[in-house]
Write a protein that binds this ligand. Structure first.
Ligand code: G4P
Length: 193
């Protein structure tokens, strides 16, 4: 079991409807030593790539992506969720459907901050259905930049997102892949990696 899987077992809480609560260390209160370790681990896993930008989406991805960007010594850019229908021509835009929240957001990134020369590492906290990631991949491609890889902290292996992204041929590294959860017993089953 790796450091993240151990932490999920120790402090994660399994809720009904296959929701894993990790807000005591990952996406509400954040354990900064753990964030540093996550940053170092993604640096190690993508050490053969010449990354120039780390890209994520607000809100929960931001804190994690900061630590990854620091390890690579590059800027971190986050896509903003926009409710505005007046999107200007200075931004790249993608539509992201949230199955959890049952809504659709536009996500936008200023054209200033991702350019054709960029080699992008996409980072997020959760991968479920993969809609957020597909939006971030779309924005990177609109800029003419290259997706060098995707780093996810927790992948829900029983949802479709991981398979969709792997089928695109992109290097996807998930620190923990949860294959099953049981709210009654509180057990979490990880995929052997
Ligand atoms: P997708 O992007 O992979 O398609 O995922 P989905 O729409 O299903 O998930 C929507 C939101 O719910 C995402 O955050 C995602 O991180 C989060 N989420 C999905 N499954 C879990 C889970 O088991 N536990 C927790 N804690 N979160 C989960 P978001 O709406 O983008 O919100 P935020 O980043 O602003 O917090």
């Amino acid at each position: 079991m790796n450091f993240l899987e151990e932490r999920i077992i120790k402090d994660g809480k399994v809720k009904p409807n296959n929701v894993l609560k990790v807000d005591s260390f990952l996406n509400h209160q954040m354990d900064i030593s753990l964030m540093e370790e996550i940053g170092r681990e993604f640096r190690r896993r993508f050490s053969d790539k010449q990354i120039t930008k780390v890209l994520t989406i607000e809100a929960s991805g931001i804190g994690i992506a900061c630590f990854v960007a620091k390890e690579f010594g590059v800027p971190m850019v986050f896509a903003k969720k926009s409710h505005s229908i007046n999107i200007d021509s200075e931004v790249y835009i993608a539509q992201v459907e949230s199955f959890t929240h049952k809504n659709i957001n536009n996500i936008v990134v200023s054209k200033q901050f991702i350019t054709a020369e960029d080699r992008v590492l996409i980072i997020d906290d959760f991968l479920a259905n993969g809609c957020a990631l597909q939006g971030l991949i779309g924005i990177t491609k609109s800029a003419g930049a290259t997706v060098e890889g995707i780093g996810i902290v927790i992948e829900k292996g029983f949802q479709i997102g991981g398979q969709i992204i792997r089928n695109l041929g992109i290097q996807l590294e998930s620190l923990a892949i949860v294959d099953a959860m049981d709210a009654e017993t509180g057990t979490v089953t990880f995929r052997e990696q």
